[in-house]
Design a protein around this ligand. Sequence first.
Ligand code: ADP
Ligand code: MG
Length: 353
Amino acid sequence: MSDVGWPEPTGPAPDAAPLGWPGSQPDYRPVAPVAPVAPEPTSSPAAMTQPAERLRAALQPEDTPIAMAAMAAVRVLNPTGSQDFPRPERRRILTVANQKGGVGKTTSTVNLAAALALHGNDVLVIDLDPQGNASTGMGVDHQAGVRSIYDVLLDNVPLADVVQPAVGIPRLSCVPATIDLAGAEIELVSMVARESRLQRAIAAYCDTHRVDYVFIDCPPSLGLLTLNAMVATEEVLIPIQCEYYALEGLGQLLKTIELVKANLNPHIAVSTILLTMYDARTRLADQVADEVRTHFGDTVLETMIPRSVRVSEAPGYGQSVVTYDPGSRGAVAYLEAAREIALRSGSAAVAAR
Ligand code: ADP
Ligand code: MG
């Protein structure tokens, strides 16, 4: 597990919140990273840590907890915009799937995508859940009537016509899902090439747009929408909640992936497993984590995402936790998980084939 071990702030934030700490102000919506000292634009690796270094020098010893959070915030937000995660050699598509609801699919999609974009990658998120939670978490319009992934899948509208920029994070964009998508599972049944419509749409988009990562946020089912996401991908990312019933149903998911591999997409593999909502105070969380690691080995990221109120608050402000509270444990954990994914460069998926 990565070391993200400073306590999250409890209680109300100070009135004059120093160093860009968002505190509990309900309308806090940073559109630009908050740096305590104006950073010099540079791409030199040696200079990348400068804001954090200068900040450390400026702080008093008694400021330590908030200083650590502020330094973490600078690390997460990467105010210089430097390219400090390697860009993949070729585009990576990660389908985030688990037919169980509430395991952290959407939260992980939004936060991993945000962290990768803040660290120099062009990232596209495709919201494939009629609930539209990923769209909400990225501040993107998705009320009925907005052009969405539904139009792409059912009416052959190009992805480029429905993509929207995410609020406050350059390089990050989103294809929203509207409630119409709820009917798509049935409407797709009678369509030509019903399992590969998303794959075709992504391929056409990527021919004309620079994209390093595509994340597909699946609904909590194994129907035609999830099948489209599996046909479009080489990598499946499975979030597993560190709870008692976490492994239940996983067999069914893996069997579906095997069926897709045998019949529709020979390149698919589970490349990444992410343990979410980890609560270090419970023995159960460790037991679940150990069991998952024993079973899936290196596919499981070392970083576990802690259970944290900040993570669950962020979508209420149309944000990822990475921008809502960049100094929080949840934001730092997602940054570290994103770094692991970037450093793997899809090799786990290749090895697993
Ligand atoms: P899914 O997409 O798999 O249904 P979500 O990502 O929507 O799951 O998460 C389910 C609920 O749990 C949401 O309310 C979300 O805010 C909350 N949640 C997700 N991850 C965390 C976390 N690390 N700590 C606390 N709450 C979390
Ligand atoms: Mg979801």
